[in-house]
Design a protein around this ligand. Structure first.
Ligand code: ADP
Ligand code: MG
Length: 712
């Protein structure tokens, strides 16, 4: 008897949540550790690790049938394989079938690869077709040499899973395949009573999981890509419910702790406003009052401050900080990157130091001696304001009397991080209360420029109150946005050249809809090389997610200092970077990004007094929906209007490229796309027929974090 069968029998009818992944064939301690990075430790976890998208490898597309933007399996005979020394050295492989021919292009290749693809060899490839200099091309396709016998194509759609370092697609697919075998004999616990579900969603979980991991070849791919298949909707509902339940519980637990009541200091406030070079906008005043009122209460404020890019959230934050400091407490301001933290430090120092307030500074890259000095100032209370990155909440940082935590650009942190921060905040909070008294926690203000329509905000941030800055400071220059086909790439490059000649700086953003940061980085690298080669006298630099934080910082600093003219980047520059001299933004393949993200990216320009431009360089052909979305971006400058438009346009029909990179990482649900499920989510959450145990198990299943429910 094989070990596997043996174990399978021994485990009997155990729920899959209780069977560890090590029960699978070939999963030892090391692989288990790798899987744990994806939060997979039980077979249930494995089966709820859902595909991010699908590929159709079930049929071979004739070469003449390829269109730019298509992902396809192709087959043919290699006619030529030559190293081409153009602008960039590449290996060009001419592939032919009975219908026509295409070029496979490799920018990185070894001699062995070239030899493998010798003329006469029959190969099968998978990749994305694009328009190249010599007709249709595939860059870096996956290739497989075909032998004598016919190798079958896939008989189900191929799932593409989110991965982690050290675990490839093939390996994970095989593991999940094994997991699906277990699904037959064991049970994945149904947690939602069927009577709470509408008839269309009364689908057994096991069936839904099976379908999503291995959709049949005739599955409706556009429908799947839109997440509209009933199996997807069934799981999306459960996931949204789990998030909602955990947030509700969080809110309940927060109301049981206390926070320092911060009385406003009118004199300090007056001083601050008198020194300000401008008057706060009405919106800034209104949300300022909402926050000020919260802070005077002795329960922790949990407030989300939403305001479009450039709406002046920093000023609102500074006034909140002032209230804490004026009442004799400390305030911590945290930003997701060092460059943003430094921007805040400069702003806050400029505003608060003249009032006699000391600002400390804490980041991960600090020298030990400097860090020690800052830590001392924080611990003694000599510093009343502390600005920094995540380093603020690491072990060894002790606050004297922390009363307020401000977190900027929160959409970079998921709910899980928010929970962690809250706990760290509590641990380092002001705790001089008498023994036995309620736990205290600092107030929290979370700021984001990602506009979230109100209904969604209520669900995604059910644990938070919401304030919105719906007005920009006066005198902003609108950004001129144009959409240009990538066939006119050279014109766009010329435009960059001209802007640089006039002393301006520019961004060039490369996008790829890939889970793999490595591929994203490669694409950006190729583009940076190409631009550096082509553009005369333009100092080009590159920044992407695979770079070490220090290296990234260095590039961003050089760009800020004007030592770099053109910054080629992946979407890592999305958040809050302020370089007023940058007035031109090029976004490649904008049709692949969500509108909210595009709006964020565009917000990197238009920060100075010069007129700014944003070029959306799309790939043809553009779907009707893609066209409508780019048009929405061109005609709206307001992030909230764009968010609403995004919601409206996300109907079925868009096949690729709408994966939302939004505020919360869901496994299958998409807050905007699945917004119609939210009323049902709220109804189920309020239904007593969903018992305590099921609630806790749902949260455990979908959120991985320890349940916040007492097991009673
Ligand atoms: P964001 O909301 O994107 O974080 P910032 O706080 O960085 O925006 O503000 C953007 C710019 O607007 C800053 O240069 C800031 O000094 C300026 N600003 C903020 N409030 C006002 C105001 N009421 N009037 C004029 N300029 C303002
Ligand atoms: Mg900001």
């Amino acid at each position: 008897m094989s070990q596997r069968q043996d174990q399978s029998q021994r485990q009997g009818q155990k729920p899959l949540a209780e069977i560890p992944v090590t029960a699978l064939k070939g999963v030892g301690a090391k692989l288990a550790e790798t899987l744990a990075k994806l939060h997979i430790s039980s077979l249930q976890d494995l089966l709820f690790h859902l595909p991010a998208r699908y590929q159709d490898r079930t049929r071979v597309v004739p070469l003449a049938g390829l269109r730019p933007g298509m992902d396809a399996v192709i087959e043919g005979e290699v006619r030529a394989a030559d190293v081409v020394l153009g602008r960039r050295r590449s290996l060009a492989v001419r592939l032919q079938d009975s219908s026509g021919s295409v070029t496979l292009r490799f920018f990185h290749f070894t001699a062995a690869q070239k030899n493998r693809l010798a003329p006469g060899t029959r190969i099968r490839c998978y990749g994305e077709a694009r328009r190249g200099s010599a007709g249709i091309e595939l860059y870096h396709p996956e290739t497989e040499i075909l032998g004598e016998e016919i190798s079958p194509t896939a008989d189900t759609l191929t799932p593409v899973y989110p991965l982690t370092e050290g675990l490839g697609q093939g390996r994970l697919r095989a593991l999940i395949g094994q997991g699906l075998d277990w699904l037959a004999g064991n049970n994945v616990t149904e947690l939602l009573p069927a009577e709470l579900l509408p008839r269309s969603l009364q689908i057994p979980l096991a069936g839904a999981l099976m379908y999503l991991h291995q959709p049949p070849a005739d599955a409706d791919l556009p429908q799947m890509a839109e997440g509209q298949h009933p199996s997807q909707q069934r799981l999306a509902l459960e996931e949204l419910l789990a998030h909602h339940l955990s947030l509700l519980e969080l809110r309940r637990s927060t109301s049981r702790v206390s926070a320092p009541a911060l009385t406003p200091n009118a004199a300090l406030e007056r001083d601050f406003l008198a020194r300000l070079p401008f008057a706060p906008t009405n919106a800034q005043k209104r949300v300022g009052k909402e926050i000020a009122d919260d802070l005077t209460r002795s329960v922790p404020m949990m407030r989300l401050l939403q305001g479009d890019v450039g709406s002046g959230k920093t000023l609102v934050a500074a006034r909140a900080a002032l209230q804490a400091i004026g009442a004799g407490y400390q305030c911590a301001v945290m930003a997701p990157t060092e460059i943003l933290a430094e921007q805040h430090r400069i702003n806050f120092c400029g505003w608060l130091e003249p009032l006699g307030i000391t600002v400390a500074w804490l980041t991960g890259s600090m020298k030990v001696s400097e860090r020690r000095a800052q830590l001392a100032a924080i611990a003694t209370g000599d510093a009343q304001l502390v600005v920094g990155t995540h380093a603020l909440f690491q072990d060894g940082v002790e606050f004297h009397r922390l009363a307020l935590v401000i977190i900027d650009e929160q959409h970079r942190f998921g709910v899980r991080q928010r929970l962690q921060l809250r706990e760290k905040g509590a641990a380092s909070g002001e705790n001089d209360s008498v023994e036995g008294a309620a736990r205290t926690q600092p107030h929290q203000l979370i700021m984001t420029a990602t506009p979230i329509p109100r209904t969604l905000a209520m669900s995604a941030f059910a644990d938070l109150d919401c304030s919105v800055i719906d007005e920009l400071p006066p005198g902003r220059q609108p950004i001129n946005t144009v959409a240009i086909s990538s066939e006119r790439r050279y014109e766009v490059m010329e435009r960059v050249q001209n802007a640089v000649r006039e002393g301006r700086q520019a961004y060039w953003v490369c996008t790829l809809i890939e889970e793999s940061e490595t591929l994203q980085a490669q694409a950006a690298e190729s583009t940076a090389e190409e631009l550096a080669d082509t553009l005369d006298g333009v100092r080009v630099a590159l920044v992407h997610g695979r770079m070490k934080p220090d290296a990234k910082e260095l590039v961003m600093k050089a760009f800020k200092a004007g030592d770099v003219d053109l910054l080629v980047a992946t979407t890592v520059i999305e958040v809050g970077v302020d370089v007023p001299n940058a007035s031109l933004m090029i976004i490649e393949n904008p049709e692949r990004l969500g509108l909210a993200q595009l709006h964020q990216l565009r917000g990197r320009v238009g920060r100075g007094s010069i007129a700014s431009h944003c070029v959306l360089m799309y790939t043809t052909p553009l779907s009707a929906n893609g066209r409508a979305r780019l048009q929405a971006l061109r005609s709206h400058a307001d992030g909230f209007a764009i968010a609403e438009e995004d919601l409206r346009l996300r109907g079925p029909g868009e096949i690729l490229g709408t994966r939302q990179t939004g505020e919360i990482q869901h496994r299958i649900a998409d807050l905007q796309r699945d917004a119609h499920l939210l009323p049902l989510v709220q109804k189920i959450a309020a239904d007593p027929r969903l018992d305590h145990r099921a609630r806790a198990a749902l949260v455990r299943r979908w959120l991985h974090n320890k349940p916040r429910f007492a097991e009673a």
